[in-house]
Design a protein around this ligand. Sequence first.
Ligand SMILES: [Cu+2]
Length: 465
Amino acid sequence: MVKTLLRQDNTVEIELRAVQRQVKLLSGQPTSVWTYEARRIRGDVSIKHLDSFVGPVIRVRRGQRFIARFINQISETTTVHWHGLNVPEHADGHPKDSVPPGGQRVYEFEIINRAGTYWFHPHPDMRTGRHVWNGLAGMLIVRDDEEPIEQLDDVEDMPIILQDRTFNASNQIVYSIVGMEGALGNRILVNGRPNYAAKVTPSCYRLRILNGSNTRIYKLAFDNMPMVAIGTDGGLLHQAVEKPYIALAPGERVDLWVDFSRFHPGQSVPLRSLPFSATGIGQGPLPNGAGFEVMRFDIRPGHRGYTRLPRPLASKIPTPDQKEAVNYTNPRALPISFDRGRFLLNGAAFRLTEVASNERVRLKDTEVWTFANTTGTMIMPHPIHLHGPSFRVIERTIQNVHRANWEAMREGYTDEGWKDTILLMPGESAKILINFGPYDGLFLYHCHMLEHEDQGMMRNYLVYR
Ligand SMILES: [Cu+2]
């Protein structure tokens, strides 16, 4: 009886603070960081802090009413954006809804997204790159009682947040902008830690990998073992797909299924980022496109859990049909360009609440949008992120002059599933299909290379009734 009553209260309430703190990351002096601290107030929610600046990892369930009482205790105005979650305008963390130092804001929304790996980070006007770089980013995992794989409680479920940072001689984080690319660190951190090694048993694991870097793109691979993708930005795939490597640009997530049962205790399995090339990148001490070891999995003796994936993984994902779009014959064209030293979207820079005439969409309409990364005196990769509903990728095309570099990256795209962020390599265009709803209001689309976003590579779109 008591249990039934508890289940009926579907509300989760947490307190979330942005604070400045010292953490011990390297040998010697502690590092001064900004970080989120969260605590449960009520409801069925788990919060795990990661013993670094990044985090926490918050686990919620689809269908819950989520309330985050945010308290800004850092020295700058900030916001909290729930990346990938489809939430009302007032809860989206738009820069216009900023929280001053010492201020508070309640973010309240229903979790309507599919089960999957989402995240949260600041979104203040022109300062997002610095806030994330200083340490503000956490993971938000949505589970769903209806998905078969979510029933596998014994499967090891491992958050892996990829970032890079540069530290000075006294172990402090240095905001290191490299040319027109953005902030690129010379050290790779996983879950906020350098030289990261995860202890695993010869069993199967679900890795929830988030690229929480400002600018760095990863081409993730194991040695002599394919990547088995089971989820994308917007949750689980219907069936697992094997890929030689995974392309993961800033903001993107992928869920991998890894079977360590083929290894023996004592072995160490590196996860690598393979080298790749593109125009516009390649500067700095650890350039974008350099190859390196991301982390290791150290095999320890221990329990052997699941060895086989459930089939299907999750409910079927409908094949996108662009004929459903109201603008099927005339897709909305939103080109990337470069003008007077900065990148633009839709030919214009961000202004706080400005919406152009071609940035208005009707609530409940399905539309085709085309992003083209094909013009300008400076062309480089850009991951484009849409706030609001997840979308599907219908088609990608490449200019011949950029084809060779693209061919070395495109097999790593995870276009089989729902996406909220897609990488556009130089010379690439992508058509996406979006159904707008259930919320009307003002939402953002932007480059998720955070310094590009801060320089204005971001626009509003308006969903109107
Ligand atoms: Cu960009």
